[in-house]
Structure formats: C-alpha cells, structure tokens
Design a protein around this ligand. Structure first.
Ligand SMILES: Nc1ncnc2c1ncn2[C@@H]1O[C@H](COP(=O)(O)OP(=O)(O)OP(=O)(O)O)[C@@H](O)[C@H]1O
Length: 455
C-alpha cells in the first residue's frame, strides 16, 4: 500500500504493480453522545498493490480495525472513497477475504460447513463448495478435522479454520485483523511461518495481504511495507519499507534497527491537534492506559538501568512485546517522569526524585504532577472545587467525556483518572454511590502552586 500522505522511504520513481485497493481521502466518524461525532480516521490515502504484504501498525484505538473494515466494505466511509480494481465500493468488497482475531466461527457448524459458508453466500453450487472447502482445509493443514466442531479445536486450529474460510474464496487480497494476537506465542509463530510459506508459493491465489497489528516485530517479520497510524484521530503518520529477504531473522541487526525505528515512530506523541491557544484538555489529551503501580514499575526499572534504557531491548528482557510498554511510557512522559528520544527512555530529574522519595513525599509529588500535567485529573479537581460541597457524581464527568469518546473509552478514561487522583489523594471515590469528593490535599496544592507559580 502506498500512503500518499506519509513520509515515504520507498522510491517513488519505480513503476508499481497494479492496484487492488485504493483508499482516497477517507475519513470516518462515529456518532457520539448528544449528537456529537467522534472522529476515528482522517484523511487516509493508500493503495494496496499486487505482490505485497502491508502491515497497518498503530496503538490501541488508532483506528486500524475501522480502516480494515472500511477496505472490506463492512462499514462505509464518512468521507472519501474505497475502490476495488478501480470500482468505488458500495457495499462488501467482492475481492477480499477476512481473518479476524476472534476467529469468528459458527460454533454449531463443523469445520467443513464453516469453511463453506462464504461460498454459500456467494451462491456457489454445493458440489463445487465441497471440493473447494476440502482444498482449503488441506492447504491450511486441517486435513482430518473436516467434521470437527470449533469447540473440539485448540485456538491455533480454530484460527486455521479462520484462514481456510478466507482462502476458500480465493480472494484477490487477504485482510487480517490481528490474526495471531489471541494465540499463544509458539502457535502464533508457527502460523506466521506457515503464512509466509503459503505466500511464497507461486500458485497461491491471493495477490496481496494487509495485516492489522499492534505488534512491531510481527509487522517487521511479515510486511514489505509498514504503515504507522497515529491516533486521535487515526491518520497515516509514516511508511517504512522492509527490504529484508524472507524468511526473516529476528536477531539480525537490520531487523533490530527497523524495530527501533518503528518503535520511535509509534512512541512519538500524537495528541489530538487542538485549535491554537486552546489549552490541553481531557478530550485533546487522553490518558494512557496505565496504573500508578505500572508507572512506578517502569520508572524503577529505568532507574536501575542508570536512568536510561532502550525500550525494545527492555521489552525483550521482560518477555513482553515492545508495544505493551507504550501506554506506560506515554503516561510517564505525560507526567514528566521520563523523556523519550527515538527508542531510548531517559529518567528525568523529576522521575529520579519521585522514585527516590519516601512514600508520602512521592504521593505528594504525584498529586502535584497530575494536577499540573494531566488535564482530566485537573478538570475533575476544578469541577469538585467549584461544586457546592466539594463533591460530584461520576456521571457528571462521564457525560462530559462522552462528548469526545466512545462509551468504552469514556469508562477507561474515568477509571485511569480516578486511579491517579486517588493515589495522589486529591479526591476520594465511592464506587457504590459514584461520589467523588475533593480532599484537603488539593486545596493545599493549589495554594502552593499559586505561591510558587508551579515551580
Ligand atoms: N461502531 C463504533 N461506534 C463508536 N465508536 C467506535 C466504533 N467502532 C470503533 N469505535 C471507536 O473508534 C476508535 C478506533 O477503534 P478501532 O477498533 O478501529 O481501533 P484499533 O486501532 O483497531 O484498536 P485495537 O488495537 O484496540 O483494536 C476507538 O476509540 C473505538 O472505541
């Protein structure tokens, strides 16, 4: 896929193979609370060409699945167009097969019937359906399991059925939405290897693959090009070509360098762009999904590495995917505890002071940092301060947040802000009644911020 709005590292002069899918100036909004709209994708331009595997890489919530579903014609764009072989889509894309993270199998149907389902929907006669399904089942290594039901199969086997169901359509392009992320590490690696082997077969009917992932190593392992999506709203912020021969060696220095490069691109802040002169607010600066305990753990580890660490290396050491660290890193950066340059994280002086302070002092520091740097925590404190008795129901904040977030994200934002505010003892929260109550800590903090000008 060529992302025309991206910082492309590919040569623009080389003639490209024919386009299968073209996305032009695509935006997607979902309806929000009270007649508002939630912008999820903005100004997306890309082309999927014959002969390539493209990864759509982005943090959680950046709109990857929405983009893939729009390409599949499962949801319509709010603005812009999606074309398949030059024709504007007006419903399901006839040239694609999809593989889902959740497998999406019909539990009451056998493997054979699950695989035949898509052909049935396309009106293929029974005898041909049967023959093609058996072929696909064979291709994906499920021979002998034709009459098994999904519940009799392991996760890896179920996803094989997912692959067979997509491949039986002999799709021009295969669209995969995090197909390996629900599987254990070994099964996932095994299936990735098999997919690469299938792709290398000249008779493999599918001419392009587009895979959604938040796993940087998976993107480098599989893709010819990686499109990095930024968040709030989702847009293509970079395109990175992967020119390593297959099969790829995760331990090669070039592989490592690409992981670092993609990590740095992903980690680069992508706050929603507010109008100039509008101060950061809870809707423009979402809270990263991190607990205070998680943050403290990350800061402790960076401290133990003499205040500086390579984040992909750290993730590897901890047996995590690099992107698992991103929300913690974003949170630490938001609070001023860490700074990130490329793939390196540095402990700031504030971070060092916070880590080395005793428990009471570190809580106090945290409260101060949260009020100064975390818009939603500050908004909650300000609203409580302005209420009659220093207390408000959580629904008040929920309603405000729903103007800019989906219901699920609203709950997440509120939970994180409450976790951070409670840790700093800025406010109490009674989960049963939903009451948030301001504490004395905030009043003292405000006084001292006013006196010192925030120093
Ligand atoms: N039908 C919908 N109605 C309202 N909001 C939606 C809908 N579908 C997705 N969203 C919102 O759009 C945003 C992007 O979601 P999407 O699932 O496309 O992101 P993603 O990058 O694939 O995330 P993840 O990696 O967590 O799956 C999220 O904030 C999500 O809550």
């Amino acid at each position: 896929m060529a992302a025309t709005t991206s910082t492309s590292t590919t040569a623009a002069t080389v003639a490209r193979p024919p386009a299968i899918v073209e996305v032009e100036n695509l935006s997607k909004f979902f309806p929000g609370a009270g007649g508002t709209t939630l912008p999820v994708l903005e100004g997306i331009n890309l082309t999927l060409h014959e002969g390539e595997i493209v990864a759509l890489l982005g943090k959680s919530g950046s709109g990857k699945s929405t983009l893939l579903r729009t390409i599949a014609g499962l949801i319509a764009p709010s603005n812009g167009t999606v074309r398949y072989r030059g024709e504007i889509l007006n419903g399901a894309n006839p040239g694609v097969g999809m593989v889902f993270q959740s497998f999406a199998l019909m539990p009451w149907l056998t493997v054979q019937d699950n695989v035949e389902l898509g052909l049935q929907a396309r009106g293929v006669p029974a005898a041909e359906r049967r023959e093609r399904a058996l072929e696909a089942i064979d291709l994906i290594g499920l021979d002998g399991f034709e009459s098994a039901y999904p519940k009799e199969l392991s996760g890896g086997m179920r996803q094989r059925v997912g692959f067979a169901r997509a491949l039986v359509l002999r799709p021009d392009a295969l669209l995969m939405d995090e197909p390996f992320s629900a599987l254990d590490v070994l099964t996932a690696e095994n299936l990735r290897t098999e997919l690469t082997a299938l792709w290398a077969q000249p008779e493999f009917p599918t001419k392009a693959i587009c895979i959604v992932t938040h796993n940087i190593e998976e993107a480098v392992l599989l893709a010819d090009r990686v499109l990095v999506l930024g968040s709030n709203p989702g847009r293509i912020k970079a395109e990175v070509a992967v020119r390593l021969p297959r099969p790829r060696d995760r331990r090669s220095p070039t592989f490592d360098a690409l992981v670092d490069q993609l990590y740095a691109t992903l980690a680069k802040g992508d706050e929603r762009q507010p109008a100039p002169a509008v101060p950061p607010g809870p809707l423009s600066h979402p809270l990263p999904d991190a607990t205070v305990g998680g943050l403290a753990g990350l800061v402790e580890i960076v401290y133990a590495h003499n205040g500086q660490t390579d984040l992909p290396d750290l993730a590897y050491e901890l047996s995590f995917e690099v992107d698992d660290l991103l929300p913690l890193v974003d949170a630490a950066v938001m609070l001023g505890l860490l700074e990130v340059e490329g793939a390196q994280a540095f402990l700031t002086e504030t971070g060092r002071d916070w880590y080395t302070a005793g428990i009471l002092a570190s809580k106090e520091m945290f409260a101060n940092l949260a009020v100064q740097h975390v818009p939603l925590v500050r908004t909650i404190c300000k609203a409580l301060e302005n209420s009659d008795d220093g207390s408000l129901r959580d629904d008040f904040f929920r309603d405000l947040l729903r103007r800019g977030y989906s219901t699920e994200d609203t709950e997440k934002q509120l939970d994180i802000a409450i976790d951070w505010g409670r840790y700093g003892e800025l406010f109490d929260y009674d989960a049963d009644s939903g009451d948030l109550v301001l504490t004395e800590v905030y009043a003292e903090l405000e006084r001292s911020i006013r006196e010192t000008g925030g120093q």
